[in-house]
Design a protein around this ligand. Structure first.
Ligand SMILES: C[S@@+](CC[C@H](N)C(=O)[O-])C[C@H]1O[C@@H](n2cnc3c(N)ncnc32)[C@H](O)[C@@H]1O
Length: 316
């Protein structure tokens, strides 16, 4: 890949957790406890997944909030792009496969996993560390506390995260032993269903979700409701027997940290197997359930070509 004249890389840091350091003059003043380091590519090298989308930041923040729920779970990030949510999930889950269908993106996912992993991997992953309290983060021993905390997260990423090439449309033709790798309890994906141009890809993704998710599993996805696919997505997952919940992402949450993209109206989508006990994404930050067609209309003016009957039946 590095010999390809079209490949250009860029580094980005996405920050979570409390800010650390309190002296304006120090580098720490601009640092946060949990940071994810990403190498992004240019479009010619990686296509639409070459850089983190806003939905990836929103999803990653949610995953950090439900970190205790991820403990012991197998996670799969589909259409991972540069892998931000998958790397956050790997810090807390038993395992996390980050997949995409473009080989250069998957090479870059390997790179980003290493970038957020441990330099020297210990034999056994430590338990996910508790967030240190504010006093410990600013006291005399702060450096040691921060290093120990970050070291544990790095070890967890090195133990849990792996990258894989996976095209949703090709999943059914994979040998059973290869399909096995994608069996999981939680599937995550940001902005993977935003366009009907992927007309064969979206139903193939839902078939993959259905085939690989455990009996009490959940599929969490984020997308802008300004896109034309939201009704279609809900209808398809309902038809597969999933409980569907769409929650509007509160404006402050969507604006908390962005990639600088055009502002869109985002929704959290939770697709749960019946009787699944995983939480509905977004309610924990005061997001409102989108109950019906009128509620969607408040969020966005549907594009003229949208078939509103699809939304009505999806939300019925
Ligand atoms: C809009 S990008 C979002 C990337 C990333 N999830 C994010 O939010 O930053 C959509 C991603 O889905 C991947 N994708 C599209 N169709 C796919 C397919 N059939 N199989 C696997 N991945 C696919 C693309 O390569 C791309 O990384």
């Amino acid at each position: 890949m590095s010999s390809d004249a079209f490949v250009r890389f860029k580094r980005k840091t996405i920050a979570f957790g409390p800010q650390i350091g309190d002296l304006a003059a120090t580098k720490r003043d601009r640092e946060f406890l949990d940071e994810v380091y990403l190498r992004e590519m240019n479009f010619a090298a990686g296509g639409v997944g070459c850089a983190a989308w806003d939905g990836a930041i929103i999803l990653a923040r949610f995953l950090r909030r439900i970190r205790n729920t991820l403990a012991g779970r197998r996670v799969h990030e589909v259409g991972a792009g540069v892998g931000l949510p998958g790397i956050v999930a790997a810090r807390y889950a038993a395992s996390c496969v980050l997949s995409d269908y473009i080989p250069s993106l998957v090479e870059n996912l390997d790179y980003n996993i290493a970038l957020n992993g441990a330099r020297r991997r210990v034999d056994e992953a430590p338990a996910a560390p508790d967030t240190p309290n504010a006093a410990a983060l600013h006291g005399d021993a702060a450096e040691d506390v921060i290093e120990e905390y970050r070291g544990a997260l790095r070890q967890r990423v090195s133990h849990a995260a792996t990258a894989a090439v996976l095209d949703w449309e090709e999943f059914p033709s994979l040998p059973e032993c290869e399909q096995e790798r994608f069996k999981c309890d939680i599937i995550i994906g940001s902005e993977v269903t935003y366009s009907q141009i992927q007309s064969a890809g979206i139903p193939a993704l839902f078939a993959l979700v259905d085939a690989t998710l455990s009996a009490d599993g959940v599929f969490y996805t984020i997308q802008s409701v300004n896109r034309e696919t939201h009704g279609f997505v809900c209808a398809q997952m309902r038809a597969r027997g999933f409980d569907v919940a769409a929650v509007a992402v509160p404006k402050e949450e969507a604006a908390a940290e962005t990639t600088g993209q055009i502002t869109e109206n985002y929704a959290y989508y939770t697709f749960r197997r019946p009787n699944s006990s995983f939480p509905v994404m977004g309610l924990e930050v005061g997001g409102t359930l989108i109950e019906d067609d009128d509620a969607f209309a408040v969020l966005c003016a549907p594009p003229p070509e949208l078939d509103k009957s699809i939304i009505a039946s999806a939300l019925a």
